[in-house]
Design a protein around this ligand. Sequence first.
Ligand SMILES: O=C(CO)[C@H](O)[C@H](O)COP(=O)(O)O
Length: 222
Amino acid sequence: MTTDTDKRAAAAAAVEMVRDGMLVGLGTGSTAAHLIALLVDRRPAIEVVATSEASARAAREGGLVVRDFAGISRVDLTIDGADEIDSMLVAVKGAGGAMLREKVVAAASDRMVVIADGSKRVDRVGAAKLPVEVLPFAERFVARALAGLFERVEKREGVETDNGNVILDGHGWRDADPQRMAAAVASIPGVVGHGLFLSEVDAAIIAEDGVVTRLERRALGR
Ligand SMILES: O=C(CO)[C@H](O)[C@H](O)COP(=O)(O)O
């Protein structure tokens, strides 16, 4: 079973949660691309909002009704990928650079479901790079501040986010505690967003070698 087959299996399981009449948030990345393709095939009576221009384009080209999130305050269900997800449903996102809009849409959603292949499941987040979206004006200052939190900080050269910002990736977290890392990164002036999702994820659907597993925040009692 390939990773891509597992990504599609997770996306297919999540599509079963979509009901007619819903406003659905579409994630970004290769797993979310499977989701969009499945929705395009099945054509449920839904409207969607997208977490990136790329996902909006794919959805629109497939004939889905894409609404501008700027006019939306609440979404029924958002389905999105992740780079790491742990057993407490803490996730790291943003390898695709869309984590700021992804977090806004997730926060606006009644339910946010991560879809992933088994390689994304970890005991505890922190091995993946942490993407940080930064105001271009503050790039050098933020890079210096982030150097205190990560062993290495790398700018994504030639990348501009959908919001006109730059991305600095933090490799090698100096503090293993995601709560402390999220607070420390967010406190740096010039940081617009980051890829640590501490509490936004309500559930995860993970497919590994064709076996689909579901994790629910409700079952964690938090
Ligand atoms: O956070 C993201 C984009 O900003 C993606 O959801 C994440 O990087 C996972 O991507 P993929 O499904 O391609 O592995």
